[in-house]
Write a protein that binds this ligand. Structure first.
Ligand SMILES: C=CCO[C@@H]1O[C@H](CO)[C@@H](O[C@@H]2O[C@H](CO)[C@H](O)[C@H](OCc3cn(Cc4cccc(/C=C/CN=C(N)N)c4)nn3)[C@H]2O)[C@H](O)[C@H]1NC(C)=O
Length: 132
């Protein structure tokens, strides 16, 4: 199922860092932060080849189990087999996802004031997580 961390209390301006390795035959993976699995500030979903998407980062929010509008990003700074470090931070207006060379932004649609939940799913092997 993947790594799930609950009972977090990450405040605006703080950073959730996920270090790991993308599988060499990855089809996709996702990093999810929010309140719980049904209420996500951000579903960050790089797709190598899945759901009909090729090399596309799909971002979305989820409110009480209902997906919001998808936001497909132009950049795709990932390669199968890569080691990556993904840093997520947020403020009242937006969520930022920093990876080497690229920073993605996504609106804080739900106006969440803290991150209590982190889940990493799919073709990604988590090596470390750090909260700073
Ligand atoms: C065109 C038809 C209608 O439009 C499509 O409609 C689909 C269903 O709504 C959307 O898809 C949905 O989009 C959502 C975001 O909005 C979530 O990503 C959701 O996934 C949830 C989910 C996560 N997870 C765990 C997970 C996450 C990542 C990888 C894996 C597994 C890797 C597989 N590895 C292998 N096999 N080696 C597993 N499971 N389900 C996805 O189903 C498509 O984007 C959308 N496409 C477009 C262009 O609009």
């Amino acid at each position: 199922k993947g790594l799930v961390v609950t009972q977090l209390d990450v405040q605006p301006g703080e950073c959730v860092k996920v270090k790991g390795k993308i599988l060499s035959d990855a089809k996709g993976f996702s990093v999810n932060v929010g309140k719980d699995s049904s209420t996500l500030m951000l579903h960050f979903n790089p797709r190598f080849d899945c759901h009909g998407d090729v090399n596309t980062v799909v971002c979305n929010s989820k409110e009480d189990g209902t997906w919001g509008e998808e936001d497909r990003k132009a950049d795709f700074p990932f390669q199968q087999g890569d080691k990556v470090e993904i840093c997520i931070s947020f403020d009242a207006a937006e969520v930022k996802v920093k990876v080497p060379e690229v920073e993605f932004e996504f609106p804080n649609r739900l106006g969440m004031e803290k991150i209590q939940y982190l889940a990493v799913e799919g073709d990604f092997k988590v090596k470390a997580i750090k909260f700073s």
